[in-house]
Design a protein around this ligand. Structure first.
Ligand code: NAG
Ligand code: NAG
Length: 344
């Protein structure tokens, strides 16, 4: 590797020398340069991949330790996601020959952290994070808005996935709003999540699929409420009881209706995202203010989370919007404080 960098420098030096020396001597050097240009071309891919993203370990360099740390520090109220997701990713990525793609289905209310966790994953698997060419995000209402165009979408999606996988087998596919996908669209994706070493000319087994949906969030919230009501910590809810609940009940809606995904065990992990409590939203507000270089006092934090809606009606302990919109409310409160200050 080092030697090819030296080669490239030599080449540049020679090329510049050659251009500058407009005399017969340059003819001699010219011949040498021609030979060297060939070798420069050989180094081209190498050089290109130093600057631009390529499907090589330098760019796909997973950092699961960092992923765990970030989840511990700034991802609130989701003990089951915390237990499951980093381990599943570590196991998948450290396996040279996985038998199938890693498929995880994230379920829960808006703002409970499904998108946030997807971003944390992308940021700790790819150097360029969520902006990586190898991270493909499909949003139901953006990419597939018209239910009647199913067959067009199926063809499109298949050719995208094939294209993406042939560009890089270590691709990450994130399907957002899965419950709003046209039913049966995911059947197109199914063979890519199966145990095939080759499908449409690509090997899908090293990739990762994430499905994000609200499906099952009622059941998840109900379970969280039952624990809360009984005075039991939510952290004692087990993955097993939630997986049973989710794999049975959550799939009467939209894209997940295609029961084959579930009955054929294509999904490796069902991950529930619980509705956040006020204390979790306070932490999100604190983190946001920190990004704005503001050390928050508890009065300010209370004022911010007070602006958000909570449920159930008779004992509103859960945030209806989770950590979403916390930034907007915080901006509002900061603005208000500033105005008050101006009035003094
Ligand atoms: C791993 O992730 C952590 C947390 O995001 C980050 O601080 C650290 O720099 C990362 N390490 C490497 C080698 O990229
Ligand atoms: C990969 O997927 C994206 C959608 O995320 C699509 O726009 C792109 O064309 C695909 N790439 C290839 C090479 O097919």
């Amino acid at each position: 590797m080092k030697s090819s960098i030296i080669w490239i420098f030599l080449l540049f030096a020679l090329a510049i020398f050659n251009l500058a020396a407009a005399e017969p001597f340059s003819l001699m050097v010219g011949a040498g340069t021609t030979a060297l240009i060939a070798s420069l071309y050989g180094s081209y891919t190498y050089t290109k991949c130093l600057i631009y993203e390529c499907c090589i370990p330098q760019w796909i360099d997973s950092n699961v330790t960092g992923m765990r740390a970030v989840m511990r520090e700034s991802f609130y109220g989701q003990h089951l996601a915390q237990q499951t997701v980093p381990s599943a990713i570590q196991a998948h990525l450290s396996n040279e020959e996985p038998s199938k793609a890693l498929v995880m289905s994230f379920h829960g209310w808006t703002g409970s952290g499904k998108n946030f966790l997807s971003k944390i994953i992308a940021d700790h698997v790819y150097k360029k994070g969520i902006k990586s060419t190898y991270v493909n995000v499909f949003v139901a209402t953006t990419h597939f808005p018209h239910k009647e165009q199913l067959s067009l979408y199926q063809d499109q999606l298949r050719s995208w996935i094939v294209g993406n996988l042939s560009a890089c087998p270590h691709s990450l596919f994130i399907f957002d709003e899965v419950d709003k996908l046209p039913a049966k669209l995911l059947d197109t994706v199914k063979p890519f999540m199966d145990h095939y070493s080759e499908i449409h000319g690509v090997d899908p087994r090293k990739s990762i699929f994430l499905f994000l949906s609200n499906a099952g969030s009622e059941e998840i919230a109900r379970r969280a409420w039952e624990y809360y009501d009984a005075g039991r910590p939510r952290e004692s809810i087990t993955l097993k009881e939630m997986e049973e609940l989710l794999s049975m009940e959550a799939f009467n809606q939209g894209g997940l209706k295609s029961a084959e995904l579930i009955s054929n065990h294509m999904i490796d992990h069902f991950v529930p995202f619980f509705p956040l409590e006020r204390r979790h939203v306070i932490e999100c507000a604190r983190d946001y203010l920190k990004t704005q270089s503001i050390r928050a006092d508890s009065k300010m934090l209370e004022d911010i989370v007070e602006l958000l809606p909570y449920f159930p009606k008779d004992n509103p302990v859960f945030s209806a919007s989770g950590c979403r919109n916390v930034d907007k409310k915080a901006d509002l409160i900061m603005q208000k404080d500033e105005d008050d200050y101006d009035k003094l």
